[in-house]
Design a protein around this ligand. Structure first.
Ligand SMILES: Nc1nc2c(ncn2[C@@H]2O[C@H](COP(=O)(O)OP(=O)(O)OP(=O)(O)O)[C@@H](O)[C@H]2O)c(=O)[nH]1
Length: 324
C-alpha cells in the first residue's frame, strides 16, 4: 500500500477528567477534518459481548464528516476492521483518535501500533494526550495509573480550571511538570481547545519537535513525592556511541518496565549531527538529526520519565558508563 499512514492520537485521563467532553466537542465542531474516534469501551468478558450482539464495531458517521466507533473487541481487531472499511470505501477518515478508559494506562494501546507490521505501516502514532482534572488531581494522582497517564503524555491538558483558583492551577502545573518535563501543559475549557494543540504533535516522531526537550524550564527544586517523575541527565562532554549503547542496555535491563517514555538529543563524539533517540518502555530507536551549528554549545540532554526510578543509581551509572 502506498497511501500515507493514518495519524493516531491517544486520549487518556483519569475517571471524569473530561475525555468525553473533549471528544464531543471534536465530533461536533466544524473543523473540516475526517476524524474517526474509537471509544474504547470494549470488554473482554463473554457476557458483555453476548449482550452487545454480533457487531464488533458499531460505526456512526456524523454530520461534520467525523466517524464515531464503539468497539467491543480487542483494539487490534477493530483497527483492522476500520482499515477494511476504509479500503472498501465504506468509510472515509484520515485520522484516528482513541479514547482510553479512565482506569487504563496508555501503554497497551500505544503498543498495539507496533504489534504487527501491517498496523505499523498503515497507522502512525502521533501522540498521547492526557487530560488532568484540576479539581480532583490531588486525589487522582494518588493512583499509580493516573501518574502513569501523566508520565506517558506528549501533551497534558488541564480541565476544570474554571473551578479552582490560579495559585492552585500553578501548584498543579508545577507538580505535573515535575512528573513529566517533556510534555507542554495546556488548558482545555469544557472540551474546547485549539485543534493544533491536539493533532499533528508528532510526539513519537524522532526528528520533529525537539522543543520540549531543549526548553526545559528551570524547576523550583522540590523533592517529588510522586511515584512517576522525570530524571534529566545532561553533559557537555561528547558521548561515545558504544558507551551510550551499553548504558541504555543496562538501563533497560534493570528498569525497562518502569521507563514510561524517554527521549534524548545527544552530542556524539566525532559526529557533527545530533543523535536523537526516544522510546516507550522497552521499544526505542536512534536517528541522526540536524547538524550542530558552529556557535552552538553542544549539550547532550537525556530525559527519562519513569516509575520510581532510582535517581542516584542511574546518575552514578551514567557517570561511570558514559562519562567515565
Ligand atoms: N466545570 C467544568 N466541568 C467540566 C470541564 N470539562 C468537563 N467537565 C465536566 O466533568 C464531568 C466529567 O466529564 P467527562 O467528559 O464525562 O469525563 P470522562 O473523562 O469522559 O469520564 P469517564 O469516561 O467516566 O472517565 C462532566 O460533567 C463534564 O461536564 C471543564 O473544563 N469545566
Amino acid at each position: 500500500m502506498s497511501q500515507p499512514p493514518i495519524p493516531v492520537t491517544v486520549l487518556s485521563g483519569f475517571l471524569g477528567a473530561g475525555k468525553t467532553t473533549l471528544l464531543r466537542y471534536l465530533l461536533e465542531a466544524d473543523h473540516g477534518l475526517k476524524i474517526a474516534v474509537i471509544e474504547n469501551e470494549y470488554s473482554e468478558t463473554p457476557i458483555d459481548s453476548q449482550l452487545l450482539g454480533s457487531e464488533p464495531v458499531q460505526v456512526v458517521t456524523l454530520a461534520n464528516g467525523c466517524v464515531c466507533c464503539s468497539i467491543h473487541v480487542e483494539l487490534e481487531k477493530a483497527l483492522f476492521l476500520l482499515l477494511d472499511k476504509l479500503d472498501s470505501g465504506e468509510l472515509a477518515f484520515d485520522r484516528l483518535l482513541i479514547e482510553c478508559t479512565g482506569l487504563a494506562d496508555p501503554s497497551p494501546v500505544t503498543h498495539t501500533f507496533f504489534a504487527t507490521e501491517e498496523l505499523a505501516e498503515r497507522y502512525v502514532l502521533d501522540g498521547v494526550l492526557t487530560l488532568v482534572d484540576a479539581v480532583n488531581a490531588e486525589r487522582h494522582l494518588q493512583e499509580a495509573i493516573a501518574q502513569a497517564q501523566v508520565g506517558f503524555a506528549d501533551r497534558i491538558l488541564l480541565s476544570k480550571t474554571d473551578l479552582v483558583d490560579s495559585p492552585a492551577v500553578e501548584a498543579l502545573t508545577q507538580r505535573l511538570q515535575r512528573i513529566n518535563r517533556r510534555a507542554p501543559i495546556r488548558v482545555v475549557k469544557h472540551g474546547r481547545i485549539d485543534l493544533a494543540e491536539l493533532l499533528d504533535i508528532r510526539g513519537f516522531n524522532l526528528n520533529a519537535d525537539l522543543g520540549p526537550v531543549l526548553s526545559l524550564r528551570p524547576m523550583t527544586p522540590a523533592k517529588s513525592l510522586d511515584r512517576i517523575n522525570t530524571l534529566v541527565l545532561n553533559t557537555e562532554l561528547p558521548i561515545d556511541l558504544d558507551k551510550l549503547s551499553a548504558f541504555m542496555e543496562r538501563l533497560l535491563d534493570s528498569h525497562g518496565n518502569a521507563l514510561l517514555r524517554y527521549k534524548g538529543v545527544l552530542n556524539i563524539a566525532g559526529n557533527d549531527q545530533r543523535l536523537v533517540f526516544q522510546g516507550v518502555l522497552r521499544l526505542y530507536a536512534f536517528d541522526w538529526d540536524s547538524e550542530w551549528s558552529l556557535d552552538e554549545q553542544r549539550n547532550s540532554v537525556l530525559v527519562l520519565i519513569g516509575d520510581q526510578l532510582p535517581e542516584e543509581d542511574i546518575r552514578a551509572e551514567f557517570a561511570e558508563t558514559v562519562l567515565g
